[in-house]
Design a protein around this ligand. Structure first.
Ligand code: KG4
Ligand code: ZN
Length: 352
């Protein structure tokens, strides 16, 4: 099966071709046009600007796929959650292709797509391969979905069977990275910026001058809260004043922010994995590109749950891309979840 994926839910315009053969998914083409440069001026995504940019970009990307149109079997589009005006661009293009080229249409959930990025054929070896075998995902699995709009612990009993067992009560982890980076003047997107700054801190063993809270790390549930962390950063910067807020403090802050977010995410994921006795732990979403999180989660699993598998998407499939949308399309298609083109609707708040 050859699946065309279309993704425009936030600030990346992307189309991809994924081939499925005997259940294995291989990415044939994946074009991602990022609007980061445009939005970085504003310190975050401006929805109206994002939608206009999608309209400007998507047709030149589509041209790259016209030669493949005869071979394409299905069209898969992310129709929510996301920014409504951005989602509409991808949805209208998908609907038109479905009608004009006569292809079945699949409407997929963007969060589910992030999770299915774990089934795209691995290009880089896992840092902590699953004891069941490389790339094998056994159910029940637990996926920590961490992106700019989501922080959720999702229990997956089988393909298409998702249950959210915990989520953030306020800001998402990626949102926290982005807002903290804005406070520190490190630009957008904040995750990679904070991570790069944290790496600049040479001596990491010394006691840091800056200590930040680990919100909700000891609560018995599997929920998260990151807005307090952002406020703590804001107060620290204010208290230090402009004079003492030099490069070294900024590095310490970046390091401590990354540590605090990672510790909470790892701790809650391990606790949930123990309770639900899962066989595999997965990461998904833009924040799962974070090196520190990928490493610390692997280390914690090795020590605390040595018989549990660990699966992470390739870096390029962590942030928004249409290869994952196509992957999700394959699993939806298997269960016959097609949407007639005239019935396609976008849902900015589509929950799992
Ligand atoms: O999944 P994604 O591309 O879009 C949403 O669906 O939200 O995630 C974007 C988020 C941003 O908040 C960005 O700062 C964060 O992912 N991110 C990272 C890294 N790369 C992207 N956060 C931490 N470390 C990274 N390396
Ligand atoms: Zn996303």
């Amino acid at each position: 099966m050859l699946i065309l994926g279309i993704e425009t839910s936030c600030d990346e315009t992307s189309m991809a071709l994924v081939r499925e053969e005997e259940g294995k998914l291989e990415v044939k083409k994946n074009i991602v046009s990022s609007q980061i440069k445009i939005h970085s001026k504003y310190g975050g995504v401006v929805p109206e600007v994002a939608a206009r940019k999608h309209v400007e970009t998507i047709f030149s990307i589509l041209e790259e796929f016209v030669e493949d149109r005869k071979k394409i079997d299905v069209v898969s589009v992310a129709s929510g959650p996301g920014l409504i005006t951005s989602l509409l661009v991808g949805a209208e293009v998908a609907r038109t292709i479905s009608y004009v080229w006569g292809k079945p249409l699949i409407s997929v959930n963007h969060v589910v797509s992030h999770i299915y990025a774990n089934w795209l054929k691995e290009k880089t070896p896992s840092p902590n391969p699953s004891p069941q075998g490389r790339g094998i995902i056994e159910f029940p699995a637990l996926c920590l979905v961490v992106s700019g709009g989501h922080t959720e612990l999702v229990l997956m009993d089988n393909f298409g069977k998702f249950k959210v067992i915990g989520r953030t009560l306020d800001d998402a982890a990626g949102e926290c990275f982005d807002k903290c980076a804005k406070i520190l003047g490190l630009g957008y997107p904040g995750g990679p910026a904070i991570s790069a700054y944290a790496d600049k801190l040479k001596v990491k063993s010394e006691k840091l001058k800056v200590e930040l809270p680990r919100p909700m790390i000891n609560t018995p549930d599997f929920n998260f809260s990151f807005s307090g962390l952002k406020t703590a950063v804001l107060y620290k910067v204010r208290d230090l004043g402009k004079k003492s807020f030099g490069e070294s403090v900024r590095r310490e802050m970046a390091f401590e922010i990354e540590e605090a977010i990672t510790e909470v995410l790892v701790s809650k994921t391990i606790k949930a994995a123990k309770k639900y006795k899962v066989k595999t732990i997965m990461l998904a979403g833009g924040v799962s590109a974070n090196k520190n999180l990928r490493k610390k989660m692997g280390e914690a699993i090795k020590v605390e749950l040595p018989n549990t598998g660990y699966q992470i998407p390739d870096i390029q499939y962590c942030t928004d891309n249409a290869a994952m949308t196509a992957a999700a399309g394959y699993f939806y298609a298997k269960t016959g979840k097609f949407t007639p083109w005239e019935k396609l609707k976008v849902d900015p708040n589509w929950e799992l």
